[in-house]
Design a protein. Structure first.
Length: 285
């Protein structure tokens, strides 16, 4: 785990969310271990779904897929779980490092009970669940509109930002992923290979790629390009008028034409057009 969570403070925050939204909310760490939730007990529908090893595995796989998608998007992700209930996940970042997830779920969001019960029974057909008990449990869930879910998701985003701001979750100094991220942030304009990084940190390529996926949602090379492009854009907007060839060099590109090609592909226009367009926009603002 990359982070330290203040579970007591988080519990009180989750309780406040529940008082407002009446939706169960949970915090997972980056390894998808549940740290704290409110209320503690899951909904009867979910208890039935997880009453078998097949159901437990299906829920775990669903959570993993949803967290991966939220991390990929870099924002809150609303989805229907494998059992037909509506859920939302907000990735938690500290200094651009993914350290966990804020999650709400077990929401029965359909236009009618008939539609919802039918959808959930159909979704759970492959699981050894008592159909009558599952239908009865569905009938006891509150019927929640999609607009309500969307509003609750906005609050979820605010809760995610607040818990980071209030340092309810912080990075553990010295952790390998944190060290790797700091190293790349300092050295992204230099030339090095994956093998160089493995030697620097004493790890294998498989572990390096896994760390990169956890941290950024993509590979090391793409992350370095992103850092270089952000620096290039900042330099292009600087009023000191540094030439594009100078900017290319300072961003780690010895080949001017290659820099133009990469910038155009990643940003959507050439460096010259980017600079000209942004300066024109600045004059009009």
């Amino acid at each position: 785990m990359l982070s330290v969570f203040n579970v007591d403070k988080l519990y009180e925050l989750l309780k406040d969310f529940y008082r407002i939204a009446q939706i169960r909310i949970t915090v997972f760490d980056s390894d998808l271990h549940e740290l704290v939730s409110y209320p503690k007990d899951i909904a009867p529908v979910c208890q039935l779904v997880r009453s078998s090893s097949a159901g437990i595995d299906a829920c775990a796989n669903c959570d993993r897929s949803a967290c991966a998608e939220a991390a990929k998007q870099g924002e809150t992700y609303i989805y229907r779980c494998h059992a037909g209930l509506t859920e939302a996940i907000a990735p938690l970042y500290v200094n651009e490092v993914l350290i966990g997830y804020l999650f709400f779920g077990h929401v029965f969001s359909y236009d009618s009970y008939e539609e919802g019960v039918s959808a959930i029974l159909d979704a759970c057909q492959g699981l050894p669940v008592d159909t009558a008990a599952l239908e009865s449990a569905c009938q006891n869930l509150p019927l929640i509109s999609y607009d309500y879910v969307r509003s609750a998701t906005q609050i979820l985003r605010s809760v995610a930002s607040y818990l980071i701001l209030e340092r309810m979750a912080t990075l553990q100094e010295g952790k390998l992923a944190v060290q790797l991220d700091a190293y790349l942030s300092r050295n992204f304009t230099k030339e090095f290979t994956a093998q160089d990084l493995c030697a620097e940190f004493g790890i294998g390529k498989t572990q390096l790629y896994r760390l990169a996926k956890e941290l950024y949602g993509h590979g090391i090379a793409q992350h370095i390009r992103n850092l270089r492009m952000e620096q290039a854009k900042s330099m292009l907007l600087d009023r000191n008028g540094m030439s594009i060839s100078e900017i290319a060099s300072k961003c780690g590109y010895t080949d001017y034409n290659y820099f133009i090609s990469v910038f155009s592909r990643e940003v959507g226009c050439s460096p010259g057009i980017f600079r000209k367009t942004r300066h024109i926009q600045a004059k009009h603002n």
